[in-house]
Write a protein that binds this ligand. Structure first.
Ligand code: SDX
Length: 431
């Protein structure tokens, strides 16, 4: 608690109250407003939670104005350059970078939990062949609560750890099953001798009739993208997981709620929408027309992959992915990637436009990621599934942080009611 105080005065009644201020390690202080309903009979009003700290957390810190992103204090730029997705997963879940033997044990546990119950495969195959993979993944993840309900005491740290390893390990397998189902190809089982991203590529792209060799460039590109998508503070899907989990619901069901929230085009679904938008724009010559549409509210067209609720500067992840795009496309021999060229020109032109400058609309994490996924041969409908695989680590870390907090309470926001005042029922003859 800080020694600062804010005074709240109801000017109509003259009633005053002091609001305690809490300071974090870094970042803005927060006003503790818990007493204002008791003292003043009012609620606060913040639709979209733009200025509401819904919880205390030690996992990720974002400074939107400075374009800073820290995971347990480590800058995302350093983790992107020096770490691996498994190491970042350990960091987010446990709070510190692992020692060699801790990382080996964690990685080994993840590798041993990659298989899914055969009946989940039958469940996956029950979907129509053109079902959207996000619909399949959210449903299959939710159904895991049926398999692991009895052995899931959320108050038991060991049960929580097993849940964390299971869901992180199985998401790529579930995603690959959805992908293979959409192709009408046989499901490919995971291999415990492959690292996390190589295993994913193996399950996505290998077929029984020929040997598949994982391209290390592709595996490394995926690992980087997963680091950059692993967690992002109290974003919409993470807040969904926290709210669902705060009721004591089975954590697999809470993660499934997070998958559903991520799917929206305003959130994780934007990476798929960016590729559709780039293909719709088609050529550099068309950019002015679409920028004009993006500025015309009546068009309902938005520049997908641009803007962010928190970042009013460059999303640091977008900068890293843009650089990675160059390298990955070069290594894959895909430098003549017209979509990437178009994206670069679109960014350049938009960032010189007063509408975007004034509103501080910059490329976000979703603007360039699809270019890399495309170059790796991943279909557009799977882009948000890739986001979900990575973000599962963040969702689990936040769920664990919340569930293990003795002060945790069920999340239950209030409202400003503007509906009808009380009125009496009238029979249908009198309406
Ligand atoms: C992610 O929260 C997170 O951390 C999310 C995420 C994560 O890692 O979890 O970072 C991942 O979801 C990234 C965002 C992906 N979404 C998109 O790229 C979709 C396109 N972007 C927008 O829809 C929008 O920018 C949001 C949803 C991202 C943010 O919306 P806000 O904060 O509610 O902002 P807003 O809609 O109030 O916009 C403010 C102004 C408005 O204009 P005015 O009313 O002031 O005139 O900016 C305009 C908006 O019309 N605007 C855009 C725009 N984004 C905002 N105009 C054109 N194109 C856009 N993309």
């Amino acid at each position: 608690m800080s020694d600062k105080k804010f005074e709240l005065t109801d000017l109509s009644s003259g009633k005053k109250s002091l609001l305690p201020v809490r300071s974090g390690t870094i970042g803005p202080d927060v006003l503790d407003i818990a007493s204002i309903n008791k003292d003043h009979g009012v609620f606060t009003f913040d639709p979209g939670f733009g200025v509401t700290a819904a919880t205390e957390s030690k996992i990720t810190y974002i400074d939107g104005d400075a374009g800073v992103l820290l995971h347990r204090g480590y800058p995302v730029e350093q983790l992107a350059e020096k770490s691996s997705f498994m190491e970042v997963a350990y960091l987010l879940l446990n709070g510190d970078l692992p020692k060699q033997e801790q990382l080996a044990e964690f990685t080994s546990s993840i590798r041993r939990h990659t298989m899914i119950n055969e009946s989940l495969l039958r469940f996956t195959n029950g979907f129509h062949h053109n079902a959207h993979p996000m619909a399949m993944v959210s449903a299959v993840v939710a159904s895991m609560s049926a398999f692991y309900h009895d052995s899931m005491d959320i108050n038991n740290p060991r049960h929580r750890e097993i849940f964390a390893h299971r869901i992180i390990a199985k998401l790529p397998t579930i995603a690959a099953a959805a992908h293979k189902h959409s192709l009408g190809q046989p499901f490919v089982y995971p291999r415990n001798d492959l690292d996390y991203c190589s295993n994913m590529l193996h399950m996505f792209f290998s077929v029984p009739c020929e040997e598949y060799v994982v391209d290390p460039v592709a595996a490394q590109a995926l690992d980087l993208l997963f680091i950059l998508h692993a967690d992002h503070e109290q974003n919409a899907s993470t807040s969904t997981v926290r709210l669902a989990g705060s009721t004591g619901a089975n954590p697999y069901a809470a993660i499934s709620a997070g998958v559903a929230a991520l799917w929206g085009p305003a959130h994780g679904g934007a990476n798929e929408a960016v590729l559709a938008m780039l293909e719709q724009i088609g050529t550099v010559e068309n950019i002015p027309k679409y920028l004009a549409m993006a500025k015309d509210k009546s068009s309902h067209f938005r520049l997908m992959g641009f803007g962010h609720r928190v970042y009013k500067n460059f999303d640091p992840r977008a900068k890293i992915i843009r650089t990675a795009c160059h390298k990955v496309l070069q290594k894959l021999g895909r430098t003549d990637n017209p979509l990437f060229e178009l994206a670069l020109r679109l960014e350049e032109i938009a960032l010189q436009d007063e509408y975007f400058i004034q509103r501080k609309l910059y490329p976000n994490v979703d603007f360039y990621s699809g270019v890399i996924y495309s170059a790796l041969g991943i279909p557009r409908s799977m882009f948000t599934v890739m986001f979900a695989i990575a973000r599962t680590v963040g969702w689990v870390a936040h769920w664990q942080e919340m569930i293990s907090d003795p002060a945790m309470r069920i999340g239950r926001p209030r409202q400003l009611y503007t509906g009808c005042p009380a009125r009496d029922y009238t029979s249908v003859d009198n309406r």
